[in-house]
Design a protein around this ligand. Sequence first.
Ligand SMILES: O=C(O)CCC(=O)C(=O)O
Length: 256
Amino acid sequence: MRDSERARFASDGYLVVEQLFSAEEMARLRERGRELAQPGVALQSASQQVEPAVAEGNASAPSYAESLRKLKHVAAGDAVFLAHAGDPRILDIVEQFLGPDIVLASDNVFMKPPRVGSRQNYHQDALAGFFLEPPEQLVSCWCAIDRATIENGCLWMIPGSHRGGPLTPDQRAQYALGADGSEPVGAVPVELQPGGCVFHHGLTLHGSRANASALPRWGYATHYASARCRPSGDRPRDMARPPYLTMRGRRFPGCL
Ligand SMILES: O=C(O)CCC(=O)C(=O)O
């Protein structure tokens, strides 16, 4: 990694890497994702989440797969997604930020389906259910399976927001969508071609718009933590969660 890229991540809290994967590799993930997005598929420790508007009967989608908001914890039970999560092209970059001992803390195929794909409010991943100490030892890689554009709901980042540390719910509320539908001041859209990735720090505020377009916007987010992190005391018991997977390096007693 170039010094300028390391400096950009330190300053902005995210780094875009175009063409980290090929379009063919993304087509393979999409094909496997489509198989896993069928009703009743037995997904070991993974789950399918339907878009809230569809689940509540306020909207409809042309197929079950196109009603799904996300597939969660896929890598633990699927060789294709696990191979992506453990790909050295990603881990070589993550290692620059977290050091050599890396676990997969979570993974999500974010599907943002056409017409019904809902907005993701601005949030800091480290405060969104990971319960790790220290929280800044988390880095996510969001990889575009489809082309991600402003129209179909690409990610938006708030550069430098990680430097303010963990926000309180009141502070986070200031980053809500403006009454006129505008994004908060300073937010930057991250449009990507298939195979392009954005790496973001666990405290960088980011979100995404609803997908009002006719095009899908699948992205596969893999969330990595340093294996030296400890679980924080307030972690709820989550039996459905697969164990943290070693991606690189060592594990440590009392840590994740
Ligand atoms: O894909 C999205 O719209 C949200 C993704 C996200 O919040 C994440 O990768 O942390």
